[in-house]
Write a protein that binds this ligand. Structure first.
Ligand SMILES: [Zn+2]
Length: 570
């Protein structure tokens, strides 16, 4: 069944439910009234009020219609003109990493390399010798100046090593596709001028052949392993405590931003075991759709046993990354980078293994979600997907390409033809825009970068999200980027590819639900669906464009329960 036929079926079903219920003596547990309800249901696009019983939507209608559901025990939220949307769904993020970012140095707002060095110096002063210092979120393109002695536009480790001689330092790039480390970290990892590049990674070296401290893609793992070794000395209790803190911080951050469901783009079996424990304890406040990240052998052996669909934790998909990010020159391109002509990016995981993985996923009926950013990575993924779909006769597979940022124009229609979901992140277009032209040149940028509207018009399902912690888990920022493509300097990045306000809302709700096989229970405000609702301070469908960014989340409601209330938050 194609997507439209499918959605029509859902809507017809919902229409039957709407007429079939509404007996006035059915009192609601919760009523929201006096606002604008944007339902993302074409049969009844707008309403004024919603009634909820237990975890389910009981009725949607005018204030007068919903009045009939108010009983003595009904809790009432007066909307005062606020906007109710279906619960916003983060379509691609990293849940535990989101929590982790709240526990380490935040480098996202640093404007110079020296600022970062100063943050590490302060952290080193407070650390025991030998203790790891971690940070994340730096991006050389956000800095006001190129650091002294830069290699390929990136700093060299000497200043960092000088302020932290006894503490190993690991600073993750905003993209997650590179890390910067100091001399002590390299010493512990055994990295020297003689260390060869690992497969799918690069140890950047200076003119003399000495490592600069920058590690691209899989080379991060060399230091990552030394770090993991240090962490393995933690006791089981300490690790559990740390995991619980991360999960709690992630949930708080998601709820504060109106997120009711979260697609976690890749966790190992160990993390999923931990999340299962939280789920059994009823300690997951946000609904999680977790993709398994593991090697082929482990997936073949274990993935099927992990399949689960529960209200707060669903596992039925696999994540694999095959290239890096555009900002770090890691995206795998058909032609070399405009500003790094010796490179066409990196294939970070062997394609023959991806081919094997498609067979494993097809065998166990799992969705496969492949991270592909460059046009070559996208084409190769689509080719392998196409072969698998044909050979295995897969239907309604809903396999996804995560990011799908840069496409050869010939590949754009293939998403709809093959039924492959374009799992995109609106905010990436405007965050990356300042350097996209430099990386790709005008022709490739215009015809293939962040092609949301072209994909949508071709019939592809386009989703939305932030890839947190690459970007903050803020749906308003990503929504604004999606409908405006406006940069900080006021310019607009290829306006033709903007989505309309309504499309953007659908991308963040119903389309994300579809991408998780959950459109029958989530993604629109309809009778019988889960009462997952986000309440915003203003109408993002009609507000002046520049004002969209001022929108605040007032309430986040999951399964009829208020999980975030801005009036109680300080
Ligand atoms: Zn990601």
């Amino acid at each position: 069944m194609n997507r439209y036929a499918f959605l029509t079926t859902v809507f017809l079903f919902a229409a039957v439910l709407t007429t079939g219920c509404g007996a006035p003596n059915e009192a609601a547990d919760l009523v929201l009234r006096g606002g604008k309800v944007a339902t993302v249901n074409p049969e009844q696009p707008y309403a004024e009020a919603v009634a909820v019983r237990a975890d389910t939507i009981l009725a949607v209608g005018s204030n007068a219609e919903i009045e009939a559901f108010v009983g003595p025990g009904t809790e009432i939220i007066e909307l005062d003109g606020a906007l109710v949307t279906p619960g916003l769904i983060e379509g691609h993020g990293h849940y535990m990493s989101l929590g982790r970012t709240k526990m380490i140095l935040d480098l996202t707002s640093a404007r110079t390399w020296d600022e970062i060095v100063a943050l590490v110096e302060a952290a080193a002063a407070e650390s025991e010798p030998g203790e790891w210092i971690q940070g994340r979120g730096w991006h050389q393109e956000k800095w006001d100046e190129v650091p002294d002695g830069a290699v390929e536009g990136n700093p060299v480790h000497q200043s960092l090593s000088a302020v932290s001689p006894d503490n190993p330092v690991y600073l993750g790039h905003a993209s997650g596709h590179a890390a910067f480390v100091n001399a002590e970290a390299m010493r512990r990892a055994g990295i020297s001028g003689e260390t060869p590049n690992p497969d799918g990674g690069e140890i950047i070296k200076d003119m003399r052949g000495d490592p600069t401290g920058l590690l691209r893609e899989t080379a991060q793992g060399l230091v990552g392993r030394a770090l993991a070794e240090a962490e393995s000395e933690m006791s089981a209790e300490e690790r559990d405590e740390q995991n619980r803190t991360m999960a709690r911080l992630a949930a708080e951050e998601a709820l504060r931003h109106g997120i009711t469901s979260f697609h976690d783009a890749g966790s190992g079996f160990g993390t999923i075991d931990f999340l299962k424990t939280l789920n059994e304890e009823g300690a997951l406040p946000v609904r999680l759709y977790v993709m398994i990240r593991a090697g082929n052998d482990a997936l073949r052996e274990r993935a099927a046993d992990y399949r689960m669909e529960t209200p707060y934790l669903t596992v039925r998909s696999i994540k694999r990354s095959i290239d890096g990010a555009l900002g770090a020159h890691g995206a795998w391109l058909l032609e070399p980078y405009e500003d790094l002509p010796q490179s066409s990016g990196l294939n970070t995981s062997p394609m023959d293994e991806l081919e094997v993985l498609t067979g494993i996923a097809a065998d166990i009926g799992f969705q496969l979600n492949v991270h592909a950013i460059g046009d070559r990575a996208n084409r190769e993924s689509l080719d392998i997907f196409e072969r698998t779909f044909t050979e295995m006769g897969l239907e309604d597979h809903r396999w996804r390409i995560e990011h799908a940022q840069h496409l050869h124009p010939d590949d754009i229609p293939r998403f709809a033809e093959l039924g492959v979901i374009a799992s995109m992140q609106g905010i990436h277009a405007t965050s990356d825009a300042p350097w996209v032209l430099r990386r790709l040149g005008e022709e490739r940028a215009r015809s293939g970068a962040y092609m949301w509207q072209s994909l949508w018009q071709s019939g592809a399902v386009v989703t939305n999200g932030t890839d947190v912690p690459v970007e903050p888990v803020d749906p308003i920022s990503s929504y604004y980027a999606t409908v405006s493509r406006r940069l900080e300097d006021g310019s607009v990045f290829y306006a033709d590819e903007r989505l309309t306000r309504e499309q953007a809302l659908q991308s963040y709700t119903l389309n994300n639900a579809y991408a998780a096989f959950e459109e029958a229970i989530k993604g629109s405000i309809e009778v019988g669906k889960l009462a997952d609702l986000t309440i915003l301070s203003q109408d993002i469908l009609t507000a002046p464009e520049a004002a969209i960014r001022d929108t605040r989340v007032l309430y986040t409601i999951i399964g009829g329960e208020v999980r975030f209330d801005a009036t109680q938050d300080n």
